[in-house]
Write a protein that binds this ligand. Structure first.
Ligand SMILES: Cc1cc2nc3c(=O)[nH]c(=O)nc-3n(C[C@H](O)[C@H](O)[C@H](O)COP(=O)(O)O)c2cc1C
Ligand code: SF4
Length: 442
C-alpha cells in the first residue's frame, strides 16, 4: 500500500524518550529485525534491498541495493561507513534521527554489515553534534553489552564492530571519499574516481558509504520485505522521505512524508504555509546545492525522479535559451538532494541570498582543483558586488560563465553544488539580478 502522511518509519519514535534506551527500544520490538536478518542468507537480504527501491538519502538518490552489489564477491575485508556528517545548508534530519532513535541506526548498520560481510565499521559524525555523539556512543555501549555488537552476535558467528568518529567541521568531509581520507587520518580531500569506494575505499578495501536515513530504513525492509517497501513509494523510489523544512514557513521542522506529496502540499499543509500571510518566491528543494523551484513550479512531487524530470520545472539555462547539458541529452531541472527544503517568501532579496550561498561554497572548497578553488571565490566576489548594488554591466553573464566553467570540471560534486544553484537562480530570477545592476548603474 502506498504511504500516506501518517506512515512513519524512521521518525516513528520522535518525541519518545524511551526509544533512546536499549530497554525501551527492545520493548518496542527493537533488534527483532536483526534476529530475523541473521537467520537469512546475505544474498537474500541484498535481493530484498534491491527489490525495495531504496535510494540513498544523502544527496544523489543512488539505488542502495545496486551500490551494495558493486562490492566484489571475493573481497576479504569490507567496511560499511555511515555518513552522519550532515553539513549541507538546510539539512538537519540526520541529527534528529540519531537523537531520537540511535538503536535503529545501529540495528540498520549491523543488518547492512551482515549483508555486506563487513566487520569493522564506522559512523562519521559531524563534530558539532555533541549531543548526538553522546547519545550514539551510549547506545553503542549498550548494544555491545547485550551482544548486538561484538564477536558472535546473538550466537550467529557474525562479528561486527562500530566506531564513532567525529569530524572537525569541514563540509567537504561529507563527500564520501573526503570522508574516507579523513577517517584514515589524511587531509579531508576528495579522491579521484574511479575507483569508487565500493571497489577501493577505506584502507584500500571495498567500502560502502551510506547516509544515516538510508541505513535506518534497512530494518523495515528486512521486516516487511522489499516489495512492501517499494509499494510505499512512487515509481523507482521506495519508502518514505524525511525532509527538513526551514525558512519562511509557519511550522519549520523535520517531517517524514510520502513520496507522493507535492511541494505545494508540503509547504501549505505540513509546514503551515508561508509566514506573515506572504507568498512563496522560491523554494530550494534539497539543500542549497540544488537549483530552486519558482512559485509556479510547486505542484511537482517531492520524489527523486519527479524533481529531476518533471517538465513543469523549467530547465536550468547557462544563458537565455542555452540549456545546461548534463550529458546524455539530459537537462538539469533540480534534485531531491539531501531533503533540505528552504522556503523563501516574496520579500526575499534573491541576489543577496545567492551571495550568501556562494560565500558558503567558496569557504568550503577544499582547494584541490582549480575550477572550484578559483571559481567559487570569483562567484562569491561577483555575487557580492551585485547583491550590494555595486555590480558592473555584464556581471550576470560573468556569473553564468564562471558557473558553467566549474560544473563537470572538478574532482568532486562540490563544484556542481556551487554552480547549479547559481545557474538555477539566474535562470529563474534574472530580472532581480538585472534590477540590482540597473540600480548600480543609476
Ligand atoms: C560536497 C559534498 C558533501 C556531501 N555531504 C554529505 C553529507 O553530509 N551526508 C551525506 O550523507 N552525504 C553527503 N554527500 C554525499 C556523499 O558523497 C555520498 O554520496 C552519500 O553519503 C552516499 O550515501 P547514500 O547512498 O545513502 O545517499 C556529500 C556529497 C558532496 C559532493
Ligand atoms: S571540487 Fe572543490 S571541494 Fe571538490 S575536490 Fe575540487 S576543489 Fe575540492
Amino acid at each position: 500500500m502506498p504511504a500516506d502522511r501518517t506512515t512513519k518509519l524512521v521518525t516513528a519514535h520522535f518525541g519518545n524518550n524511551e526509544a533512546r534506551t536499549l530497554a525501551g527500544y527492545e520493548r518496542m520490538g527493537g533488534y527483532q529485525r536483526l534476529r530475523k536478518a541473521l537467520g537469512m542468507k546475505a544474498e537474500d537480504i541484498l535481493a530484498e534491498v534491491k527489490a525495495s527501491n531504496l535510494r540513498g538519502r544523502g544527496g544523489a538518490g543512488f539505488a542502495t541495493g545496486m551500490k551494495w552489489s558493486f562490492v566484489p564477491k571475493d573481497a576479504k575485508t569490507v567496511h560499511l561507513v555511515c555518513n552522519a556528517d550532515e553539513s549541507e545548508p538546510g539539512t538537519c534530519k540526520d541529527r534528529e534521527l540519531i537523537y531520537w532513535d540511535p538503536h535503529l541506526l545501529i540495528e540498520g548498520m549491523v543488518i547492512s554489515a551482515y549483508c555486506l560481510r563487513a566487520t569493522h565499521n564506522y559512523i562519521y559524525i559531524r563534530g558539532e553534534m555533541m549531543r548526538e555523539v553522546a547519545v550514539l556512543q551510549k547506545a553503542i555501549d549498550e548494544a555491545y553489552q547485550r551482544g548486538y555488537l561484538g564477536a558472535n552476535i546473538l550466537g550467529s558467528g557474525f562479528e561486527c564492530h562500530l566506531t564513532v568518529h567525529r569530524g572537525a567541521g569541514a563540509y567537504i568531509c561529507g563527500e564520501e571519499t573526503a570522508l574516507l581520507n579523513s577517517l584514515e587520518g589524511e587531509r579531508g580531500q576528495p579522491r579521484l574516481k574511479p575507483p569508487f569506494p565500493a571497489i577501493k575505499g577505506l584502507f584500500g578495501n571495498p567500502t560502502i558509504v551510506n547516509n544515516v536515513e538510508t541505513l535506518m530504513n534497512v530494518p523495515f525492509i528486512v521486516d516487511q520485505g522489499g516489495a512492501w517497501f517499494a509499494e510505499l513509494g512512487v515509481g523507482r523510489s521506495g519508502g518514505t522521505r524525511t525532509v527538513c523544512v526551514s525558512g519562511h514557513v509557519n511550522k519549520p521542522g523535520v517531517y517524514e512524508l510520502p513520496m507522493s506529496i507535492t511541494m505545494r502540499e508540503l509547504i501549505d499543509d505540513v509546514a503551515g504555509g508561508v509566514w506573515k500571510g506572504r507568498q512563496v518566491k522560491a523554494v530550494i528543494p534539497g539543500g542549497t546545492s540544488m537549483p530552486p523551484l519558482a512559485a509556479d513550479e510547486l505542484d511537482v512531487l517531492c520524489e527523486f525522479d519527479a524533481l529531476m524530470t518533471d517538465e513543469r520545472i523549467r530547465p536550468v539555462e547557462v544563458l537565455p535559451g542555452q540549456l545546461f547539458d548534463m550529458g546524455g541529452g539530459r537537462n538539469l531541472r533540480t534534485m531531491a538532494g539531501s531533503g533540505g527544503v528552504v522556503v523563501m517568501d516574496d520579500h526575499t532579496d534573491i541576489p543577496m541570498a545567492v551571495w550568501r550561498i556562494m560565500k558558503f561554497y567558496a569557504h568550503e572548497s577544499c582547494g584541490q582543483c582549480t575550477p572550484c578553488r578559483e571559481g567559487t571565490g570569483w562567484m562569491e566576489k561577483v555575487a557580492r558586488r551585485v547583491a550590494f548594488g555595486q555590480g558592473k554591466p555584464g556581471d550576470v553573464e560573468l556569473l553564468a560563465t564562471i558557473a558553467h566553467g566549474i560544473a563537470g570540471n572538478t574532482i568532486c560534486a562540490l563544484g556542481e553544488a556551487a554552480a547549479w544553484p547559481m545557474l538555477g537562480f539566474l535562470t529563474k530570477f534574472r530580472g532581480e539580478f538585472a534590477a540590482k545592476l540597473a540600480g548600480a548603474a543609476a
